[in-house]
Structure formats: structure tokens, C-alpha cells
Design a protein around this ligand. Structure first.
Ligand SMILES: NC(=O)c1ccc[n+]([C@@H]2O[C@H](COP(=O)([O-])OP(=O)(O)OC[C@H]3O[C@@H](n4cnc5c(N)ncnc54)[C@H](OP(=O)(O)O)[C@@H]3O)[C@@H](O)[C@H]2O)c1
Length: 341
């Protein structure tokens, strides 16, 4: 009879793995679970046995190839360069490249990899950190992309200072749920914007005030904000400016629903073009997958000043369901794909 040990050894020695695969851009119909070759690693990479992988909007964009602008930016003209979706990852190191010095086989790590909706995924050493003991694999897998985006928006572009009043639009979402917690941890007063059924979740994250965007505009009351982090919806620039203090800072992180070609980046460009001529600082930004940011986030997670609010868990087979639910707006904060148990 085969023992648990025999099965583990077989699994380690196998060269194939189960993974979600997509061979064309499209809706979730293009996704299938297949048995494919395990990734090979470059000298600066590690191979991770995946425990959990995070779900975020970027996965939808890479699945659909929309906005089309991203295809010519190098993600693949007619299909994604990497046929396995998923970027956020947490798991155990099972092999290291020749130049890797910060990790050893057996280490528990999290960060950003490629093709993480799979039993094994490759990741650059420079995009990984050790997983703090107090953080679960699921929490870690849900953290990196949303967490570093929120951190960079607040402390980099946003230059947040303690005591400031911050408005987080999209506070119930992936980036927003980190932005609310990080802004509180950095000493701000926070107002979170979300839909009716998610307002309690936003309060639980620590928001001092909430706005229900289905009933109220962000500029309906007298509150004016030193910093607005806009991750959701498509508030016109004029309304964002009315809600902003006279010398306040706007950071546009994203917002779905723009046109197919550009994703509606016109709002961001108008903000940046207007900024030099007004007292308010109006900007947009693309997050950078820097090790400094991932380490700073890990420090916050380790201290407990932020924690990924993990909502729903999905298996590899349920990835299409997960992406459809994200698209339908029924998920709150962060969801994960679990590979174990
Ligand atoms: N610039 C960058 O480097 C960068 C990095 C990461 C992500 N992004 C972008 O940032 C955006 C947010 O990403 P995410 O992963 O946080 O997405 P998400 O988890 O789907 O969250 C979207 C948020 O938008 C809110 N929202 C939807 N419609 C709204 C409306 N009409 N008014 C106000 N809020 C509304 C949602 O609130 P309810 O759920 O309550 O409806 C939710 O809180 C996406 O566009 C993503 O592509 C950009």
C-alpha cells in the first residue's frame, strides 16, 4: 500500500503539475485546468510549491487582454505570454537558481511570481520575501500586489503625513482595503467609499467615516480631504477636485469600466496635464514591484498594523467562478486561490 511519504516523494519527483491555462485572450471560457510541465527557473529565480495565490483586477486584464493598450505594451499581442494566470503567490521554496542567495529550499515565502494559479510557480528572488510566522499563506498570497500599490500611493505619490484626512474611493476592494488600514496605521483620519452592503466591512478595516456611493457623491458634504486615493468608480475629475482641499493631493490608482482600447486613461492624463496649473496636486501612478515596498509591507504584516482581509477562497477548478464574481462586484476585499486542503 502506498504511504503518505511515498506520495510526497512522487509529487516532488514528478515533472508535471496541475495548472489553470489559457491559450487565448477572452472571457473565463478560455480557462481550463490542465496537466502541464512544471516551470524551469532562471539563475535569479526560485521555484515555489504554491500554497495560495491571490486574485486581483490585474488577472482579469491579463485574461481578457483589455485594455488593448497593454497588448502592445508587451503582454502578448494575440494571447498572454504566460499561459498560466496569477501573480500574487505564497508557498514553499523547492528549488533555487544558481545566483539566489536570500532563500533556501524549504523557506516559506510570498511575493510576486508568474503563472501562480498552479501547483508550482517561478518567481524572481527580487520579488519575494520570507513569510512572517504570524501571517497565514492565504493572507500572504492576498497581500503583495494590492498592499504595495496602496503603500506606494499613500506614502510615495500621496506623501501622506500623520493627522491628514484621507478619502479612499474603493475602500471595500483589494487595493482600497489595504489603503484604509495603512492610512490608519500611518496616523490619518480615513473616510472609505463603498457600496451599501460593504460599508460594515470598511468600518471593520478601521475607517472613521464611510460614504455609500450608491446614495451620496463624495463632495455632497462639507468634508474636504488632504489626500484622495481613487481606486474605484469613475468620478469625474471636477468632482474629485471639489472634494479635495485647496492644496490637497489626488492619486488616481485605477477604476474599471473605461473604453476597450485605453481603459479610459483619459481621466488620468487630464489630471496630470492640469496639475502644473493649479494648487492641488493631481496625479496617477503605476505601482512598481520593488523589493523595498514588498519588505515594507511584510514589516506591516509582521507587526499586525495591516492584515489581508481574506474574503472568499476558491480552488483551481473554481478560478473562472472567482474571476466572474470579481467582475460582478460580489467579492469583498481580497479573495484567494488555495492549492492545499
Ligand atoms: N496603478 C496601479 O499600479 C494599479 C495597481 C493595482 C490595481 N490597479 C487598479 O486599481 C483598481 C482597483 O483594483 P482592486 O484590485 O482594488 O479592485 P477591486 O478589488 O475590484 O475593487 C474595486 C473597488 O471599486 C469600488 N467601486 C466600484 N464601482 C464604484 C463606483 N461607481 N464608485 C465608487 N467605487 C466603486 C468597489 O466598491 P464595491 O465593491 O463596494 O462596489 C471596490 O471597492 C483597478 O482598476 C485596478 O486595475 C492599479
Amino acid at each position: 500500500m502506498q504511504t503518505q511519504n511515498d506520495r510526497s516523494t512522487e509529487a516532488r519527483e514528478a515533472t508535471t503539475m496541475r495548472a489553470v491555462r489559457q491559450l487565448a485572450y477572452g472571457s473565463t471560457d478560455v480557462l481550463e485546468v490542465a496537466t502541464i510541465e512544471r516551470p524551469t527557473i532562471a539563475d535569479d529565480e526560485v521555484l515555489i510549491e504554491v500554497e495560495a495565490a491571490g486574485l486581483d483586477r490585474g488577472v482579469w486584464h491579463l485574461m481578457t487582454g483589455r485594455p488593448y493598450l497593454m497588448r502592445i505594451m508587451g503582454f502578448g499581442l494575440t494571447r498572454p505570454k504566460n499561459p498560466v494566470p496569477g501573480m500574487d503567490v505564497a508557498g514553499r521554496v523547492v528549488a533555487i537558481g544558481a545566483d539566489v542567495s536570500r532563500f533556501a529550499v524549504g523557506d516559506e515565502v510570498f511575493g510576486i511570481g508568474g503563472g501562480t494559479y498552479a501547483e508550482f510557480a517561478a518567481a524572481k528572488e527580487s520579488k519575494l520575501v520570507h513569510k512572517p510566522d504570524a501571517v497565514t499563506f492565504e493572507q500572504a498570497a492576498a497581500s503583495t500586489i494590492s498592499g504595495i500599490t496602496a503603500l506606494q500611493a499613500l506614502t510615495g505619490r500621496g506623501r501622506l503625513e500623520p493627522g491628514q484626512h484621507v478619502l479612499v474611493i474603493g475602500a471595500s476592494g483589494g487595493v482600497g482595503s489595504f489603503a484604509v488600514q495603512l492610512a490608519k496605521a500611518l496616523g490619518a483620519t480615513v473616510t472609505g467609499v463603498a457600496s451599501t452592503s460593504k460599508l460594515d466591512a470598511v468600518r471593520t478595516l478601521g475607517a472613521d467615516h464611510v460614504i455609500d456611493y450608491t446614495r451620496q457623491h463624495i463632495d455632497d458634504d462639507d468634508r474636504r480631504y488632504d489626500l484622495i486615493i481613487d481606486t474605484g468608480g469613475r468620478n469625474p475629475l471636477a468632482r474629485l477636485r471639489r472634494a479635495l482641499a485647496p492644496t490637497g493631493t489626488l492619486v488616481i490608482v485605477g477604476g474599471e469600466g473605461g473604453d476597450r482600447l485605453t481603459g479610459g486613461i483619459g481621466r488620468q492624463l487630464r489630471a496630470a496635464l492640469l496639475s502644473p496649473f493649479v494648487k492641488q496636486r493631481l496625479s496617477f501612478f503605476m505601482s512598481s514591484e520593488s523589493l523595498d515596498s514588498i519588505e515594507a509591507l511584510a514589516e506591516h504584516l509582521s507587526r499586525g498594523s495591516v492584515a489581508a482581509a481574506v474574503g472568499r477562497r476558491f480552488t483551481l477548478e473554481e478560478v473562472p467562478l472567482a474571476i466572474d464574481a470579481m467582475e460582478a462586484g460580489t467579492l469583498t476585499a481580497k479573495s484567494v486561490i488555495t492549492l492545499k486542503g
